[in-house]
Design a protein around this ligand. Structure first.
Ligand SMILES: [Fe+2]
Ligand SMILES: [Fe+2]
Length: 164
């Protein structure tokens, strides 16, 4: 049985989401490293969801996990312009979007915390969603045939291995 993804699809059609993705695509046009548009969000969503499913520690609906992943980097374009940490910006921009798309207040708090935590890979006190987003963010990278390997600060030989 397929779970409903109606709220996630509402999010993808939201004019603010579309605007943020267009800003990121435009500002990353010349970027040689991983980009942060829709594809990246979708990869992170699928990996984070599967990871939490395997762990048996969801704490949130499938829709909530997908929404968090699709929105986790939505503030990248602001960081490019002002230098503000994109995890914070993304959480701020995500809040009204989640409200517009019908997520309830309790789930929104969990999703925003996860988005804020997505860069704290080494923090011991991450929420399950924050940990899943941080891990999925790394595991979503397709380093094996990347031409920017030698310039990328994220690249290690281990990054060529499939771990998930
Ligand atoms: Fe990020
Ligand atoms: Fe990311």
């Amino acid at each position: 049985m397929l779970l409903s993804m109606a709220r996630v699809n509402r999010l993808l059609d939201h004019k603010s989401y579309i605007f943020y993705i267009e800003m990121i695509n435009e500002l990353e046009k010349e970027r040689r490293f991983c980009k942060h548009g829709f594809d990246h969000g979708l990869s992170v969503a699928r990996i984070a969801y599967t990871y939490l499913l395997e762990k048996g520690d969801m704490g949130l609906s499938k829709e909530g996990i997908y929404a968090a992943a699709l929105l986790h980097d939505i503030g990248r374009w602001v960081e490019y312009q002002t230098g503000e940490d994109h995890a914070e910006v993304s959480a701020r921009l995500a809040c009204p979007l989640l409200e517009d798309c019908g997520f309830d207040a309790e789930d929104i708090q969990v999703i925003l915390a996860g988005i804020r935590e997505h860069r704290r890979h080494h923090d011991a006190n991450l929420s399950p969603l924050g940990e899943a987003l941080a891990i999925a963010d790394d595991w979503s990278r397709d380093c094996r045939y990347c031409s920017a390997q030698t310039q990328c600060y994220k690249f290690t030989p281990e990054m060529k291995q499939i771990v998930y």
